[in-house]
Design a protein around this ligand. Structure first.
Ligand code: 13P
Length: 284
């Protein structure tokens, strides 16, 4: 297998006390920016592709871009499906050579999430592909809900233990107050809950929605034992800002390469700063 399964990357991270960054990509510029950053810092890397990204770029395009970037870099890189919600998309990625898949049944009732995740694990493990499951719901930043509702959506530590045991997932994504997109104000992460989950679950833990979490919060999460951290929004924001400012200063330029060049550099800088924060420099 060209790509490295998450299990291998994350078990090393767990043993050595750092986290591997999973950065979302959906095009050539982002893929190259992410891999360039990892290469400069000699870091392991997870290239994350959502179902939306696969629909946008085409599964073969995404795979080939990742493959070439991985080959040229010589780094241990995983190609990972982010938030797969059906067996179809999971199987499609496995057939096309992805080394890791996330099955996200977090919106389903517990028993259904367990049964589906278990099925994905049985199939994926036959061909050496790692599986990430999710328990607890990530509440959107825009969701106007009460504190009690927010807590009810978080991962229950005892249930997490049962979920991992019954499904056999290789990693578990947790909900501890984290959310996708930028946070309105300071994110309120429940680190006590994270510690309780860590104490009950033996597999690597995953923190989604890490854009906008202050560096101190990330360091604390890694110290407690988060082993994979997902970043998307901050890379997108760097892309947007670089393109907007380039075009504001150079409205006459029509060459996409000139317009997108600064964006690649800006995205790469964000990825580099995250890799440094996660502690995976030199761990390739
Ligand atoms: P952000 O967009 O908040 O960085 O979250 C990324 C993520 O968790 C992808 O699964």
């Amino acid at each position: 297998m060209l790509f490295v399964p998450n299990k291998l990357l994350l078990e090393k991270a767990m043993a050595e006390g750092y986290a591997v960054g999973a950065f979302n990509t959906n095009n050539l510029e982002t893929t190259r920016a992410i891999v360039r950053a990892a290469r400069e810092l000699d870091s392991p890397l997870i290239l994350a592709t959502s179902e939306g990204a696969i629909n946008y770029a085409g599964i073969n395009n995404l795979k080939t871009m990742a493959e070439i970037a991985a080959q040229e870099s010589g780094l241990p890189i995983s190609l990972h499906l982010d938030h797969g919600t059906s067996l179809e998309i999971v199987m499609r990625c496995i057939r096309h050579g992805w080394s890791s898949v996330m099955y996200d049944g977090s919106k389903l009732p517990f028993e259904e999430n367990v049964a589906n995740a278990r099925q994905v694990v049985e199939l994926a493990h036959l061909v050496g592909v790692s599986v990430e499951g999710e328990l607890g719901r990530l509440v959107g930043v825009e969701d106007n809900i009460s504190v009690t509702e927010r807590e009810a959506a978080m991962t229950d530590p005892d249930q997490a233990q049962e979920f991992v045991k019954r499904t056999g997932v290789d990693a578990l994504a947790v909900a501890i107050g984290n959310a996708h997109g930028f946070y309105k104000g300071e994110p309120q992460l429940d680190f006590i809950r994270l510690e309780q989950i860590r104490a009950r679950v033996e597999v690597p833990l995953v923190l989604h929605g890490a854009s906008g979490i202050p560096d101190e919060g990330i360091r604390r999460a890694v110290k407690i034992g988060v082993d994979k951290i997902n970043i998307d929004t901050e890379v997108r924001a760097a892309f947007q800002k670089a393109v907007a400012s380039f075009l504001a200063e150079n409205p006459q330029v029509i060459d996409p390469r000139k317009i997108l060049g600064p964006a690649i550099k800006a995205m790469s800088e964000v990825v580099k700063s995250k890799i440094e924060l996660f502690g995976s420099v030199g761990k390739a």
